[in-house]
Write a protein that binds this ligand. Structure first.
Ligand code: GH3
Ligand code: MG
Ligand code: MG
Length: 368
């Protein structure tokens, strides 16, 4: 908004007169501006005398009506507005109220006569007046009130600046916390994936990819507990390749390893999703069959035996075979005793000529 030329001229005049004044305060750093005060009174005599009285310490701008005062307030900022209450065309209290929108930070002070208590109340309520001064005032009182008003204005501005700084610092902090949180979330995700990979690897036999011995023992313990608690049937099959030493001796360890890998695949292809096929030792495998009774386990073992026998063997004419010992969990079995019984059955299969399936002789109450 541009300044009315008449006001602009007035402002310019004031500046000039201040600059030209020989008694301008000495020693004050020229770049520190004087606090700007707007004095509003319809009587030019009064504005002039106030300006003269305060001119050394303040940049005094005067207005002779509410409209003129509002236009000035819109154009430039003032530390303090000092207005008379009684003016034609609007009271000082009204002016102060209207100035709230235009200059919210400016300190508002009212001049009144002694009888104008209701005007003071209006000014305080509607115009958020900071102080009032009764006419006629003593110069020292006016100076004191004005300097408090300027100080209040300075504090308001300081508070606003501080608040803005704090808000921006807070925004900054919140942004950094958000960034850090999402970084941490990403890192956690990567960490979890890595941990899962490691855990998976720690359960696997590196050569065959089957469940390793350590994890077989875990699953076995778990399945024995489950069988105990729920009375579910549970069987195991112990498997050992026949004359495997000969394969190694005749064709080397690399071929031996290939046979172990092929055996693992054959065993897995013959079992179900819920069965756990593991490498128990060198050329020994253990298959855990949850919810499986002996008869069914024997059928599965037969299927595995055929699968091993049918493995394509390029290095010699005879097939590779394996022997199988099968045992079903019984009420008094621990994991160890169950494996021992499967081992005994396997030994029977070996003694009986290999490439065969033998059930544990100790068949328990169910299978008497
Ligand atoms: P049997 O029919 O009585 O079981 O005879 P076998 O020759 O299979 O039995 P033995 O226990 O005498 O030999 C097992 C062989 O398995 C000996 C060992 O060299 C071999 N072996 C064990 N682990 C591995 C392995 O990881 N890789 C290879 N290539 N050979 C292995
Ligand atoms: Mg062996
Ligand atoms: Mg063997």
């Amino acid at each position: 908004m541009s300044l009315n030329p008449a006001f602009a001229e007035k402002l310019e005049e004031r500046k000039k007169s201040r600059r030209a004044r020989p008694d301008a305060p000495a020693g004050r750093a020229p770049h520190v501006p004087l606090p700007r005060v707007l004095v509003v009174d319809d009587e030019t005599e009064i504005t002039r005398s106030v300006a003269a009285m305060l001119g050394n310490d303040y940049e005094v701008v005067t207005a002779n009506s509410s409209d003129e005062a509002l236009e000035l307030l819109r154009s430039i900022s003032f530390a303090v507005i000092l207005t008379d209450q009684r003016m034609p065309g609007g009271t000082g209290a009204e002016l102060l109220a209207r100035s709230l929108d235009v200059a919210p930070e400016t300190t508002r002070i009212l001049f009144t006569g002694y009888s104008d208590i209701s005007a003071v109340i209006d000014a305080v309520n509607m115009g958020q007046a900071y102080r009032y001064i009764t006419k006629p005032w003593r110069p020292d009182d006016l100076r004191a009130v004005l300097s408090q008003g300027v100080e209040r204005h300075r504090l308001v501005l300081d508070n606003q600046r501080l608040l803005a700084e704090l808000t921006s610092a807070n925004d900054n902090l919140e942004r950094r916390v958000r960034e850090r949180t999402s970084q941490l979330r990403e890192q956690n995700k990567a960490l979890r994936a890595a941990r899962e990979r490691i855990e998976k690897l720690s359960r696997r036999d590196p050569l065959t990819g089957l469940t390793n011995r350590r994890w077989l023992d875990e699953v076995l313990r778990h399945e024995v507990e489950r069988a105990k608690r729920y009375g579910a049937s549970f069987s195991v099959v112990m498997i050992d390749l026949d004359h495997f030493k000969d394969v190694n001796d005749s064709f080397g360890h690399v071929v031996g390893d290939q046979v172990l890998v092929a055996t693992a695949q054959a065993l897995e292809s013959a079992t179900r999703m819920t069965d756990v096929v593991g490498r128990y030792g060198g050329e020994e495998f253990l298959v855990l069959l949850p919810n499986t009774a002996l008869e069914q386990a024997l059928v599965l073992a037969e299927r595995m035996r055929s699968a091993v026998r049918l493995m394509p063997v390029a290095f010699r004419s005879e097939p590779v075979t394996a022997s199988f010992g099968v045992a079903q969990w019984m009420g008094e079995d621990t994991g160890v005793s169950l494996i021992e019984r499967a081992d005994e059955a396997l030994y029977e299969a070996k003694s009986a000529g290999r490439d065969r399936v033998e059930p544990s002789q100790d068949r328990g109450v169910d299978h008497g």
